[in-house]
Design a protein around this ligand. Structure first.
Ligand SMILES: [Zn+2]
Length: 286
């Protein structure tokens, strides 16, 4: 700020990235009309573009509810599967209904993740090429594409020969890896957002989740994929397979504990974002 109350240094507008240097603090951005005062308060979320933050908060909200729905769905489908048995009553129709529902949930999850990683206009051109936000989105696209291919291969009954089985497993495994990268990058992005609330305690927990979640859940899911492939191809000696099956099943425990902890953390993050977005909408006239 100089003697006449004008901004002395370079300062990007938090709404559009325009350089506000030389403008009085009480004026408005000549590019987008947002109050200059907003940008003076730094990049705290409560002073950021309300429409952007609202989209991020709503996306996170959608994501958390879709994750909870998916857990409920998995439990319900498992109970029904066990109750009806593999053949007979567990008809193809029931199978297709569950398949459709799980795809629908996947689409909702993807939409939530996409919204929750919207571009912050305040960053302008300063955003890193390999920001966690961009990695999360790129990995999300890869996960959706690979997941679609995986489902099509399932539908086509691809896997009759051993070569087909290995190819199909390769697609499933690549899909798992991109899913884990997407989750880790998303949590890393959430951490940088928590720092702007600012909520240091939440940011520290999100940092732990950034690594803990992909590792604990990844080990379990990868173990399951490897053992399922082995069950179909029988390439491992029987004794080794039995031992590895035991380990793969045990890995469910840390995956479950860490998964539920991360979900409750994401739910707190979701609430904090919704509250901060409401604050952003009310703090500055548009
Ligand atoms: Zn502006």
């Amino acid at each position: 700020m100089d003697d006449e109350g004008r901004l002395a240094g370079d300062l990007p507008c938090l709404c559009c990235g325009y350089n506000l240097r030389g403008l009085p603090a009480e004026s408005r951005c000549p590019e987008c009309g947002a109050a200059v005062g907003r940008s003076v308060y730094g990049n705290k979320l409560a002073y950021c573009e309300p429409s952007w933050l609202t989209a991020v908060a709503r996306g996170t909200n959608l994501l958390v509810y879709a994750l909870i729905l998916r857990i409920v769905f998995n439990i319900v489908s498992m109970v029904i599967f066990v109750a009806l048995g593999m053949g007979g009553a567990y008809s193809a129709a029931v199978g297709y209904a569950f398949w459709g529902a799980s795809i629908l949930l996947g689409v909702i999850l993807a939409i939530g993740c996409w919204m929750a990683t919207s571009f912050d206009p305040a960053l302008g051109k300063q955003e890193n090429m390999y920001s966690a936000r961009r990695i999360a989105r790129g990995a999300l696209i890869a996960t959706v594409l690979l997941g679609a291919i995986d489902n099509l291969l399932n539908l086509a009954g691809f896997g009759a020969t051993q070569v087909q089985l290995f190819l199909h497993s390769g697609v499933s495994f690549a899909s798992l890896i991109s899913y884990l990268i997407c989750t880790g990058a998303f949590l890393q992005h959430a951490r940088s957002m928590a720092l702007r609330i600012p909520d240091q305690a939440m940011a520290s927990k999100l940092r732990l989740a950034t690594w803990g979640w992909p590792i604990s859940v990844g080990v379990y899911l990868a173990g399951m994929q490897i053992m399922t492939l082995n069950a179909a191809t029988q390439i491992m000696p029987a004794a080794l397979a039995t031992a590895l099956w035991g380990i793969a099943r045990l890995a469910a425990i840390p995956a479950l504990v860490f998964g539920l902890w991360t979900l409750s953390l994401l739910s707190k993050y979701r609430k904090a974002l919704l509250a901060t977005a409401a604050q952003a909408r009310s703090s500055w006239a548009q």
